[in-house]
Design a protein around this ligand. Structure first.
Ligand code: KIV
Ligand code: ZN
Length: 531
């Protein structure tokens, strides 16, 4: 059975989703989880885009090498020397570095964006690959907007870049324009016309503007592509990219049709999806395939009856296969620190520092006092929140509120600011509004709440509540979240985490473009080098 490589671009194309703000620590934790998930390539970022991007690619390169993760780390670079040098420098510590260089090949991009000619573009592609090869062996070349390019030009540029040393050739449907049969036919034609493509990896990279990213990617695989570029939860530029979990589970569940395997540990899928959703602040719709809350829920009586009699009546894959056996009781309130550490190890958290472990154990004890049964999903939620904790300029000590029918909601909060306790009270339209007013008075910061989402971690009346907010101060925006069995307390924690992130300078300029993005654009195009 042929092995399809999974190239994850959550940290690069996924991070280009409008409003997504990931800091260095979050990127590092996502990269570690991607390695645990078993993807073949992590595209860690676009080093020339900003010092922050450079630093995160470099950190992911270092951490994956140090932890002996069996994964390639890729950095994106336009077909330009400066970009390639920057990518090479960021990847210096990687055990298995890949430079991923690209240039647009469609007439509209060549004429309007690059203001160039096909001949000049082909030469730049060859030069870029040749130059990248002076730094690393593993070089990927992408023809941006291949979906709207002249297939004969693609044949020429791919033949030339393979000749120059490219080890992976990528065929992006950058604007999500193609149909599955067109995309499949394009891959087939390229393999037929350029036999050298059989000696390298041929990759799909499909966007979801018409909802066909997964179908197009699979059509590419059917036609002979050996690598699929995708993101967790399908996040990415505009409507997003092909969704990793859907691709992997389609290949896994219908092995009989595809005849391909991936190296992905499917039991890590749900956890990775949750982690990405929590850290990016991009909530997964309940009906999302594989990872949505309802993906394994049976509502109608006929379906429930069928599932009780034989689960296969309405389930084509089991929830356990994707790691959704979260209701398991793993610990009780009498469990000690040693048992807690062992449970964390069983759940795959081997590398926690002692300080982190102490804080987590205290949180676990607190949770076990409030909740009848603590599940593996609860523990994962606590650990994921802890591993991305930001320095606490503001620490919540206490929250109290009074609210009800015909009563004006009033809230009091006690917050430690740089170690000194302060208290404030305020009224509002509801308990959350009142608490947010009290926090604003206390901290002297006023945020614009752009989104507020609430969900439960697991099931039951005593389930942990998870609140995710997107908040803006002036022209900086952050995502934050709070966890508690009390949803009002979770709301307060999320708001304070947003303030802590802003205080720590972790906000991202509105529009997703960092100030440093105004770097010279060698393509002749002006503005940010966002592909
Ligand atoms: O969509 C696209 O064309 C890209 C390339 C940079 C691979 O993201
Ligand atoms: Zn893309």
């Amino acid at each position: 059975m042929a092995r399809i490589k999974i190239f994850d671009t959550t940290l690069r194309d996924g991070e280009q989703s409008p409003g997504v703000t990931l800091n260095l620590r979050e990127k590092r934790e996502i990269a570690r989880q991607l390695a645990r998930l078993g993807v073949d390539v992590i595209e860690a970022g676009f080093p020339v885009a900003s010092p922050g991007d450079f630093e995160s690619v470099s950190e992911i390169a270092r951490v994956t090498a140090e932890e002996n993760a069996d994964v390639v780390v890729a950095g994106l670079a336009r077909a330009h020397q400066g970009d390639i040098e920057r990518a090479a420098a960021a990847l210096e510590t990687a055990a298995a570095p890949r430079i991923h260089t690209f240039i647009a090949t469609s007439p509209i991009h060549i004429e309007k964006k690059l203001q160039s000619t096909p001949d000049a573009v082909l030469q730049r592609a060859v030069d870029a690959v040749t130059f990248a090869k002076t730094f690393v062996d593993d070089v990927e070349f992408s023809a941006e907007d291949a979906g709207r390019s002249d297939p004969a030009f693609l044949e020429a540029i791919f033949a030339a870049t393979v000749e120059a040393g490219a080890t992976t050739i990528n065929v992006p449907d950058t604007v999500g324009y193609m149909t599955p049969w067109e995309y499949g036919a394009l891959i087939e034609r390229l393999l037929e016309a350029v036999p050298a493509l059989r000696n390298v990896d041929l990759s799909t990279h499909c966007h979801d503007d018409l909802g066909m990213a997964v179908a197009n990617s699979l059509a590419g695989v059917r036609a002979g592509a050996t690598q699929v570029e995708c993101t967790l939860n399908g996040i990415g530029e505009r409507a997003g990219n092909a969704s990793l979990e859907e691709i992997v589970m389609a290949l896994e569940t219908r092995k009989d049709v595809w005849g391909h395997a991936t190296g992905v540990a499917t039991r890590e899928l749900y956890r990775t999806s949750r982690m990405v959703s929590m850290m990016t602040g991009m909530v997964v719709p309940p009906n999302k395939a594989v990872v949505g809350d309802n993906a394994f829920a049976h509502e109608s009586g006929i379906h429930q009856d069928g599932v009780i009699k034989a689960v296969e009546t309405y389930e084509i894959m089991s929830a356990e296969t994707v790691g959704r056996d979260a209701g398991v009781l793993v610990m009780g309130k009498h469990s000690g620190r040693r048992a807690f550490r062992a449970t964390l190890q069983d759940l795959g958290y081997g590398e926690l520092e002692d300080d982190d472990l102490d804080r987590l154990f205290a949180q676990f004890k607190d949770l076990a006092d409030r909740k009848a049964s603590v599940t593996s999903e609860d523990i994962r939620a606590l650990v994921d929140a802890e591993t991305t904790r930001v320095p606490e300029t503001y620490a919540l000590k206490r929250v109290q509120f009074q609210s009800g029918t015909g009563v004006t909601p009033v809230a009091t909060v006690e917050v430690e600011v740089d170690g000194v306790a302060h208290e404030e009270a305020a009224v509002g339209d509801g308990p959350v509004d009142a608490i947010y007013h009290a926090i604003e008075r206390l901290t002297g910061r006023t945020l614009r709440l752009e989104s507020y989402e609430i969900r439960s971690v697991g099931h039951g009346k005593d389930a942990l509540g998870e609140v995710t907010v997107r908040a803006r101060q002036d022209d900086h925006v952050v995502h934050a979240r709070g966890l508690s069995t009390d949803v009002v307390e979770a709301s307060a924690k999320a708001y304070l985490e947003a303030m802590n992130k802003l205080a720590a300078g972790l906000g991202r300029p509105v529009g997703g473009t960092r100030p440093e993005d105004a770097a010279p654009a060698p393509d002749g195009a002006t503005g940010a080098p966002t592909p």
